[in-house]
Design a protein around this ligand. Structure first.
Ligand code: SAM
Length: 298
């Protein structure tokens, strides 16, 4: 059982390989076996010193401004609260469209057998499950998430589905415990909005990509047509009500709506990717801009 600690200690357990809990599974031994292909650094990431000095700066948590440390804590609380109903709620709130959007994001990463892919903020592993079949025996997906409960759900689900070439690693996006230039693609689905420090997360994605590697970011965005935007607002107003009925909590879904409103729009996020160093950054709107895929090349 591999429990290498490579985190900074700010969030307990962050930066470790998640041990498996499914002895006897046919995929036992394979799930964490290929992490040797991806160099995991052994200590607090020195290149991310800036983050630790700025944990007192304020950032958005939904409609509120809170310290960075408080946002990290509260985002953790959001996903701890919804983990049991997370996948069902995604299907209900998106009317199933998130599955199609994720498939499109994975296809845009131009994956090939043998590639190393990071599913960042991967949660319950949808992107990993879609990515793994493209990579073959020699390739690997690293499923990374800051939240142990979400990650454990993803790991168990992938084991149940017999997906062997995925390694779960608990890690924060702003200080990834991976060596420079070790991934061919980084895919983030509905994760960046939740990062404590989006700029730092994008810089880390850039750092861990090989030259020519592809970053694909699927995220909620801004609906372009004003009439459609009104209808979408009315639809989103139902999410906290559905959240109460299905997941027994409204607050995480109020945060969801508020965090979408605070997230940079298509153009602003494109510029953030350019600032992080990405080239050829393109934007594809989905469902009229309710979501967007940004793709950039290192
Ligand atoms: C909305 S879920 C998306 C999960 C999955 N990618 C999907 O599309 O279903 C957002 C995920 O981002 C993770 N997350 C939030 N902040 C993070 C951070 N700073 N570093 C890494 N993961 C983070 C959360 O724990 C959560 O699992």
């Amino acid at each position: 059982m591999d429990t290498t600690h490579v985190g900074d200690g700010l969030v307990p357990g962050v930066g470790r390989h998640l041990p498996r809990t499914a002895p006897g599974s046919s995929t036992e031994g394979k799930l964490a076996a290929r992490t040797s292909d991806v160099k995991v650094t052994g200590d607090r990431a020195p290149w991310r010193g800036r983050l630790y000095e700025t944990m007192d700066k304020t950032v958005d948590f939904g409609a509120e401004r809170v310290t960075a440390a408080e946002k990290t804590r509260r985002v953790g609380g959001v996903f701890d609260a919804v983990v049991d109903r997370y996948d069902a709620m995604n299907d209900i709130m998106s009317l199933g469209t998130h599955r199609l959007f994720k498939r499109m994001a994975v296809e845009m990463a131009r994956l090939r057998p043998g590639k190393q892919v990071l599913d960042l903020a991967g949660g319950t592993g949808d992107i990993s499950a879609l990515t793994a079949p493209f990579l073959g025996q020699q390739g690997q997906v690293v499923l990374a998430d800051i939240n142990g409960a979400m990650l454990a759900r993803g790991r168990d689900r992938l084991l149940d589905e017999g997906v062997a070439n995925v390694s779960p690693v608990q890690a924060r996006a702003e200080a990834l415990p991976f060596a420079d230039a070790c991934f061919d693609a980084v895919i983030v689905a509905f994760g960046v909005r939740n990062f404590t420090d989006k700029e730092a997360g994008l810089e880390e994605m850039y750092r861990v990509l090989r030259t020519g590697g592809m970053a694909v970011v699927l995220e909620f965005s801004q609906v372009q047509n004003p009439l459609l935007a009104k209808a979408y607002d009315a639809f989103r107003a139902t999410w906290p009500i559905i959240g109460t009925a299905v997941a027994g909590a409204a607050a995480p879904y109020r945060y969801l709506v508020e965090s979408i409103d605070r997230h940079p729009d298509q153009g602003a996020f494109r510029l953030m990717m350019v600032d992080a160093g990405f080239e050829e950054v393109e934007v594809s709107n989905l469902a009229g801009g309710a979501a967007a895929i940004h793709r950039g090349v290192k």
